[in-house]
Write a protein that binds this ligand. Structure first.
Ligand code: HAM
Length: 440
C-alpha cells in the first residue's frame, strides 16, 4: 500500500507534465530572477529556522488574526516548549535582527529570504498548507521614499519575469489612533446589520473588525456598501506620507491604484500597505503583499526601529506567469549527449564529458551500456541537442562525428576540439560558426 501525500502540500519535481507549475526548472528560473533583482537593490540573504516559539507569532502577527488563531501548526516539543511552524517570515527576521543586533551592520538592513511557510487553511487552487515565499525586509528607514523604493523593487521583479495583468493596490492604515477610530466607525456602521452578516464577520466584528472588509461573502459585501473608508481617519503625518509614496511611484512609472478597503491580515502594519493581485488566479488572487510595520521590533523587545517589507507567494507568482502570454518556460536543454560503446570508450567518454562540463555546458553521458539504436532513441527522447558516439574507431582515429539532432546534420571533429566547440557555440546550429584547428 502506498502512503499518500498529506492534503495541501505537493512535490516540486524536475518536470510535471500535468501540473507544469510544479516543475523545478521553472522554480529555479523564477528564484534566480527574484534573487538577482533583490541583490541589485543590495539586499542580503537570511536563512532562518522553519519553527519558532509560538509566542513570537502571537506577539507579531497577532492573536486575533486568522493566521494565529486558526491556521498555525503548533506543537509541544519534548522539552515542553510550545513551538509553531512559521506561517510567515517577517516575525523571524525581526527576532533574528534583535538576537544578532543585525541593525548595527549597514549591510544587514536590507534582507531577503526564500523558503516554505505553513498555514493550516482549506486547500484550494493557489492556497496550500505548505507554500513558498520570497520576502524582503528593509530596516531602519521611516521615510516614504523607502516604501516607494521597496514597491519599485517588487514591480521590477514582476517586470523582469514578464508578468502582465498584475495590479498593485495601495492603502494607508495610518497610526494607532487612526486604526482605533476607524475600528469604532466600522463597528458603528455594521452594528445595525449585525444579524445580516456572515458568521465569520460576526466573529470578526468583536475580535478584528477591520478584517470584515476582506470578506468575500455577498451578505457582508451588501452590509459594507456605504461603509466609511480609513482615509478619512488619517492624521496629517500619515496623509503626507501616503501622498509622498504615491508621488514617487508616479514619477518612477510604477503603476498602482488606491485600494481603500485593503487592510491586510496581519496585525503589525501601520502607514503604507499594499498587495499585488493577478486577474488570472480566481479567488486566491493576491500574489504578494506587504507594508510598513514600524512598531514591531520594539514590540518584540528590540530597539524602536521602523521597517517595511513584502512577501511574494511563489506558487501564485508561477501560476500567473504560466498563464501570461509571451512567457516561454521550456525545460533546460542537454547540449551534448555522449554514447560510449565498450569499456575503453567509457573511460575516454568520461574524460571528454569532464572537459566539456568545465565550460559549464550540460553534458549527458550514457552509462547504460544499451544498444546503439536504443541509446539514440533515448537521446532524441531527452531532447539532447548534439549526440556523439564514441567507439573503437573514434578512439583509434581521435576523431568523432557530432550529430545535430534538430537538423540531422553531422560533422567530424578531432576529439580534443569538442570542448572548445561547445564553449564557443551559443547558437542553435553552431557548425557554420566553428572552425577547428587542424593540429588538435
Ligand atoms: P501575506 O499576505 O500573509 O503576508 O502573504 C504574502 C503572500 O504569500 C500572499 O500574497 C500569497 O501570495 C502567499 N500566501 C499566503 N498564504 C498562502 C497560502 N496558504 N498558500 C499559498 N500562498 C499563500 C505576509 O506573509 C507578510 N509577512 C508579508 C510582509 C513582509 N509584510 C511585511 N514584510
Amino acid at each position: 500500500m502506498t502512503v499518500p501525500i498529506p492534503p495541501g502540500v505537493y512535490d516540486i519535481v524536475p518536470r510535471d507534465p500535468k501540473e507544469p507549475w510544479r516543475s523545478s526548472y521553472i522554480w529555479n528560473r523564477v528564484e534566480t530572477v527574484l534573487r538577482e533583482v533583490a541583490e541589485s537593490f543590495c539586499c542580503r540573504e537570511v536563512r532562518l529556522p522553519m519553527f519558532e516559539r509560538t509566542e513570537l507569532f502571537q506577539r507579531s502577527v497577532g492573536e486575533s488574526s486568522d493566521i494565529v488563531s486558526k491556521e498555525m501548526y503548533t506543537f509541544e516539543d519534548r522539552g515542553g516548549r510550545s513551538l509553531s511552524l512559521r506561517p510567515e517570515g517577517t516575525a523571524s527576521v525581526m527576532r533574528a535582527c534583535i538576537d544578532k543586533q543585525l541593525y548595527l551592520l549597514p549591510e544587514a538592513q536590507r534582507l531577503f529570504y526564500l523558503g516554505p511557510m505553513f498555514r493550516y487553511d482549506r486547500p484550494q487552487a493557489g492556497r496550500y498548507r505548505q507554500f513558498y515565499q520570497f520576502g524582503v525586509e528593509m530596516i531602519g528607514n521611516p521615510h516614504p521614499e523607502q516604501d516607494a523604493e521597496l514597491i519599485q523593487m517588487i514591480w521590477t521583479m514582476h517586470e523582469r519575469l514578464g508578468m502582465k495583468d498584475v495590479v498593485i493596490g495601495l492603502n494607508s492604515l495610518g497610526n494607532e489612533a487612526t486604526r482605533r477610530h476607524y475600528r469604532e466607525a466600522l463597528q458603528a456602521h455594521c452594528r445595525p446589520h449585525f444579524s445580516e452578516m456572515s458568521e465569520e464577520s460576526q466573529r470578526r466584528f468583536h475580535v478584528n473588525p477591520l478584517r470584515i472588509l476582506d470578506s468575500k461573502d455577498e451578505r457582508d459585501k451588501e452590509v459594507l456598501k456605504g461603509a466609511p473608508t480609513i482615509e478619512k481617519f488619517l492624521d496629517e503625518v500619515s496623509r503626507r506620507h501616503f501622498a509622498r509614496v504615491q508621488e514617487l511611484l508616479t514619477a518612477l512609472e510604477v503603476p498602482f491604484s488606491i485600494a481603500a478597503s485593503l487592510v491586510r491580515g496581519l496585525d503589525y502594519y501601520n502607514h503604507i500597505v499594499f498587495e499585488v493581485t493577478s486577474g488570472k488566479l480566481g479567488a486566491q488572487n493576491a500574489v504578494a503583499g506587504g507594508g510598513r510595520y514600524d512598531g514591531l521590533m520594539k514590540e518584540l523587545g528590540g530597539p524602536d526601529l521602523p521597517a517595511v517589507g513584502f512577501a511574494i507567494g511563489l506558487e501564485r507568482l508561477i501560476l500567473t506567469l504560466l498563464k501570461t502570454e509571451g512567457v516561454e518556460m521550456g525545460p533546460p536543454k542537454i547540449r551534448l549527449h555522449i554514447i560510449p560503446l565498450g569499456e575503453k570508450a567509457v573511460q575516454a567518454a568520461m574524460c571528454l564529458a569532464g572537459r566539456v562540463r568545465e565550460g559549464n555546458v550540460s553534458c549527458f553521458l550514457d552509462l547504460s551500456a544499451r544498444k546503439l539504436k536504443a541509446a539514440m532513441q533515448q537521446a532524441s527522447g531527452m531532447g539532447s541537442e548534439y549526440v556523439l558516439v564514441l567507439g573503437e574507431e573514434e578512439l583509434t582515429t581521435c576523431r568523432a562525428e557530432l550529430k545535430e539532432m534538430s537538423t540531422g546534420r553531422t560533422q567530424s571533429f578531432p576529439l580534443d576540439a569538442i570542448p572548445r566547440f561547445f564553449q564557443k557555440s551559443a547558437q542553435e546550429s553552431a557548425f557554420d560558426h566553428f572552425t577547428s584547428c587542424n593540429k588538435c
